[in-house]
Write a protein that binds this ligand. Structure first.
Ligand code: PLP
Length: 371
């Protein structure tokens, strides 16, 4: 047995889509990039999208477009991948960690309020596991304090919040297309926004801060001319990747429903099992289930026993501020007690569309046996 916690689903159509690009004229910055952006706009309801080299670059670009810089503070959750707060550090600003709620495992709006200072500039809300954060509450706080809201939706493509797809609800929303996420482009990411000004900044940032847009340039010396207006990066994504993304998007709804089906099967299998806490159902939201996280008394033992049985579970996440880099750079006194309590007991069980019923049965049996 060799069952990973997550993996991509690639079929012959995906392979053909990539091969077609290789036979065509544009390998990068071509029509597949624009089409991929349009497909995700249509799916989420966002007005604008910028496809970018990965989900971390998407967060970096969003922080840049939000004008986050030295002296600013940005509030986020510790139960996330380090990229959610590293992007703040890239801009010379300071991440501030607000604790999570013990039911949803998402950032607690009440603790956001407690962490706001004169320096707070933005909130990065992470929809952990695909469970949407309390966006109404977060938007109300942001409005009261004049803050920008960025959603790190790396886990939440396909999720709904109060009947709306995640992707068009805040100033900006970012996605990742890493192979373990809902759809993949190998490496890839996207930023969604409804604001044209932010959109233009995101486009600049993706390619060195360089533009040929007459409206943005200070002058135009001829057809060859372009100007660098800001310090951007080469965060471009290829047409090869975007062709894969377009093909994957056709299957997103099927992927998400299979994930939901597998989660329902796990939940019912574990309902009567003592010592296992399944994820809570949160009113008004429809989780798209990037991860299936349970809490158990002896996580280390279960992790090791599953590994012996060929099941490669994982732990998402070590509270970000616990990493040595953060500990050594001013976060040694930080303590989010709900996050630490969750970390002590959490384990992510295998969940991906191609996980078969039989494989899942085997995982369930091994969990029950070793808990
Ligand atoms: C995967 C992930 C990212 C980073 O995305 P990459 O495409 O790997 O750069 C950011 N935030 C969260 C919560 C993630 O899970």
């Amino acid at each position: 047995m060799n069952i990973q916690y997550g993996k991509q689903s690639i079929d012959e159509d995906d392979i053909q889509a990539v091969v077609d690009v290789l036979r065509g004229d544009y390998l990068t910055t071509g029509p597949n990039v624009t089409e991929f952006e349009q497909v995700v706009c249509k799916y989420t309801g966002a007005k604008f999208a910028v496809a970018i080299s990965n989900g971390t670059a998407a967060l970096h670009a969003a922080c840049f477009a939000a004008g986050i810089g030295a002296g600013d503070e940005v509030i986020t959750t510790p139960i996330t991948f380090a990229a959610s707060s590293n992007c703040v550090l890239y801009c010379g600003a300071t991440p501030v960690f607000a604790d999570i709620k013990p039911d949803s495992y998402n950032i607690d709006p009440e603790d956001i309020k407690r962490k706001i200072t004169d320096k707070t500039k933005a909130i990065i809300a992470v929809h952990f596991t695909g469970q949407p954060c309390e966006m109404e509450e977060i938007h109300a706080i942001a409005k009261e304090h004049g803050l920008i809201v960025i959603e790190d939706a790396a886990h939440a493509l396909g999720a709904d919040y109060k009947g709306n797809k995640i992707g068009a609800l805040s100033d900006m929303t970012t996605f990742s297309f890493h192979p373990v996420k809902h759809i993949t482009t190998g490496e890839g990411g996207m930023i969604m926004t409804n604001d044209e000004k932010l959109y233009k900044k995101l486009v600049l940032f993706r390619s060195h801060g360089i533009t040929r847009d007459e409206e943005l340039m200070t002058c135009n010396e001829g057809g060859w001319y372009y100007q660098q207006l800001a310090l951007g990066y080469n965060y471009r994504i290829t047409d090869i990747q975007c062709a894969l993304g377009i093909s994957q998007m056709k299957k997103l709804d099927r992927f998400v429903s299979r994930r939901r089906e597998l989660v329902a099967r796990y939940n019912s299998a574990f309902a009567e099992v003592e010592n296992i806490i399944c994820p809570a159902q949160i009113e008004g939201c429809n989780n798209s289930w990037h991860l299936y996280v349970v809490q158990v008394p002896d996580r280390k033992n279960l992790y090791d026993k599953l590994k012996e049985a060929g099941i490669y579970a994982n732990v998402h996440y070590i509270p970000v501020y616990k990493h040595p880099y953060y500990q050594n750079n001013g976060y040694s006194e930080v303590c989010c007690s709900n996050a630490e309590e969750l970390y002590a007991h959490m384990i992510s069980l295998p969940l991906y569309p191609d996980l078969t019923d039989e494989e899942q049965e085997y995982v369930i049996e091994q969990v029950k046996k070793n808990i």
